[in-house]
Design a protein around this ligand. Structure first.
Ligand code: CU
Length: 167
């Protein structure tokens, strides 16, 4: 018994250390990965656009920015917003942020190459937050898909976008 306990004590830190070394999530067929969509609790507590600095660059992020899944999988976005609105929009492989036309306010709403649009989350009540989730359709075709925040200030001013690599 004592020997088994010692072995367990030795194995747990090794497994924990290996987990830290995995940079991206690679999900299997039919499985899913989760990405945080909005990191609004970091940096200063001020509304970033009107009153303060570059906080929005930390807040309006997808974490991780790039996620890799196997063909046939999905990605779920865990949406958290304190400032404005977050709304994920999925674009076909080959679309880059430069291809997105921001011609409207407050939503980008560029239909060119768009495959799916999640529900808008927010705006939150004053001093509060809003949360939601959105899962992509099943992604069968290999390629690098662009996902943006369809709320124009977040995409255009703070580069709120990320990638799904389907392998
Ligand atoms: Cu947003």
């Amino acid at each position: 018994m004592q020997r088994r306990t010692r072995l367990t004590i030795a194995v747990v830190p090794v497994v924990a250390a290996l987990a830290l070394l995995v940079p991206v999530v690679l999900a299997g067929p039919g499985s899913s990965a989760t990405v945080r969509f909005g990191n609004d609790d970091v940096a200063s507590p001020f509304p970033p656009i009107q009153d303060h600095d570059q906080s929005g660059n930390g807040k309006f992020n997808l974490i991780p920015r790039t996620v890799a899944i196997a063909a046939g999988g999905t990605v779920t976005y865990d949406i958290f917003v304190r400032f404005g609105i977050h709304q994920p929009a999925l674009y076909a492989p080959g679309t880059t942020p430069d291809d997105i036309q921001v011609t409207a306010f407050p939503f980008v709403n560029d239909p060119g190459g768009r495959l799916a649009l999640g529900g808008a989350v927010g705006p939150p009540p004053p001093g509060g937050s809003a949360t939601g989730t959105w899962t992509t359709p099943v992604l069968n075709a290999a390629g690098r898909y662009l996902v943006i925040c369809n709320f124009a200030p977040h995409f255009a001013e703070f580069g709120m976008y990320g990638w799904i690599e389907v392998k």
